[in-house]
Design a protein around this ligand. Structure first.
Ligand code: DHY
Length: 326
C-alpha cells in the first residue's frame, strides 16, 4: 500500500486547519466577493486588511484579506490543542532545520511561524480571540451561507513526500489517487478533525495553494450561489461544477476570487474519526473519482493555483495525466 500507516501519537497535537491569509490586489473587489457574494462575516477591518469568519466559527477569523501589490498566499494557519504543543511543534521543526520564529499576530496568542520542507508558510497557535456565537442569528446569513472553513488543497511536486511529512505530524489519509503504472501517489486527502480532509495534495507544479474550501448547509445553497454569481457579474468566476465528488462524496462547486484564488464550496462529506479507518484507493484513470457523475474537470483546475509568498514552485516529475475536459 502506498500510503503510510497513521501516526496515532504525533509529536504535537493539531486540532484542525484554522485560517488563510490571502494577499489581494484590490481589497474592495475582494470584499464584494467574499462578503457580499459568498456571505462571510466581517469581524474587523481597516484600509488594508479585512478579517472574516464563517457562521459557525467562534474564532476571530478564518480568512485575512490583505491589500498587496501581488496576489499570493501569506500563510496557512492551524490550531493546536494546548500551549505545550506549541513548544513541541517548535522543537520538531527546529530539529529538521526548518525555520522557527515566534511572531505577533493581531487577535491571536503565541504564534509559531515555520515552513514545511518545500517552503509552505505555516503558522501554529492555540488561542485566538473568541467571538459570540452567530450561527442562530439567521438575519446575518447571506450568499452561500458559509458555515466553516473545511480544508486546504495544495499542489505538490512530490505527493508521496508531502504525504510522508504531513503523516509524521499526525494527518491521517482517508482517500488517495494512485497512478496505476508508477504506483506513485497522484493525490491524497488527509485529516485531523474527523472529516475527509484538513489538507489535500494534488500532483502538479508546487508548492502552490490549489484552493481553500468552505462547508455549506445544503446543495441548494450552492445552486443559489450560482444564480447569484451568474446575475451579478461573476459568471466568469465560476470554474467547475456543481457536482458530486467521487472522492469525499461531497457536493461541490469551484469559484475564483477577483485575483484568481480558488475557493471550493463543499457540502456533506463523511465522518472519519476511527483511527483504523481504511483509506480508499482510486485509480487516476477512473473518471468518477473527481466527479461521481463522470464529468471531467477543466484544464485550469489542474494547472492554475496561488503562489505562496517567498517560494518559487517546481515542476512535478510525475507526468501521469488525468482525464481533462476538452
Ligand atoms: C476532490 C477534490 C476536492 C475535494 C474532494 C475531492 C476530487 C477531485 O475532484 O479531484 O477538492 O475537496
Amino acid at each position: 500500500m502506498p500510503v503510510p500507516a497513521p501516526t496515532l501519537y504525533p509529536p504535537f497535537n493539531i486540532v484542525r486547519l484554522s485560517h488563510v491569509e490571502y494577499r489581494v490586489t484590490d481589497l474592495a473587489a475582494s470584499r464584494a466577493f467574499y462578503v457580499d457574494t459568498l456571505g462571510l462575516q466581517v469581524t474587523t477591518e481597516d484600509n488594508d486588511r479585512i478579517y472574516l469568519r464563517a457562521m459557525e466559527e467562534r474564532g476571530h477569523h478564518c480568512i485575512v484579506l490583505v491589500q498587496a501589490d501581488v496576489a499570493e498566499v501569506g500563510v496557512l494557519g492551524f490550531k493546536l490543542y494546548d500551549e505545550p504543543d506549541l513548544d513541541r511543534a517548535a522543537d520538531f521543526f527546529a530539529q529538521r532545520d526548518l525555520p522557527v520564529e515566534w511572531v505577533e499576530r493581531p487577535h491571536m496568542g503565541r504564534t509559531l511561524r515555520t515552513r514545511d520542507p518545500w517552503g509552505i508558510p505555516l503558522e501554529f497557535y492555540v488561542k485566538m480571540d473568541r467571538l459570540e456565537p452567530i450561527h442562530q442569528k439567521y438575519r446575518l446569513y447571506n450568499g452561500v451561507k458559509p458555515l466553516r472553513i473545511d480544508h486546504f488543497n495544495m499542489f505538490s511536486s512530490d505527493v508521496d513526500a508531502s504525504v510522508a511529512f504531513y503523516s509524521e505530524i499526525g494527518f491521517r489519509v482517508t482517500e488517495y489517487t494512485e497512478d496505476d503504472e508508477s504506483k506513485r501517489l497522484w493525490a491524497a486527502w488527509m485529516h485531523r478533525k474527523g472529516g475527509v480532509h484538513d489538507v489535500a495534495f494534488t500532483n502538479g507544479t508546487g508548492p502552490r495553494l490549489h484552493h481553500t474550501a468552505f462547508w455549506v448547509p445544503t446543495p441548494l445553497n450552492i445552486i443559489d450561489l450560482l444564480d447569484l454569481m451568474s446575475t451579478t457579474g461573476y459568471v466568469a468566476n465560476i470554474e467547475r461544477g456543481p457536482g458530486r465528488h467521487g472522492i469525499s462524496n461531497a457536493f461541490f462547486l469551484y469559484v475564483r476570487d477577483p485575483d484568481g484564488h480558488r475557493i471550493e464550496i463543499y457540502c456533506s462529506d463523511y465522518q472519519t474519526v476511527d483511527p483504523d479507518l481504511e483509506p480508499i484507493r482510486w485509480s487516476l484513470t477512473d473518471p468518477q473519482r473527481q466527479t461521481l457523475w463522470g464529468a471531467p474537470a477543466p484544464r485550469s483546475w489542474f494547472e492554475e493555483g496561488s503562489l505562496f509568498e517567498g517560494i518559487t514552485p517546481k515542476e512535478s516529475a510525475l507526468k501521469a495525466q488525468p482525464i481533462i475536459a476538452p
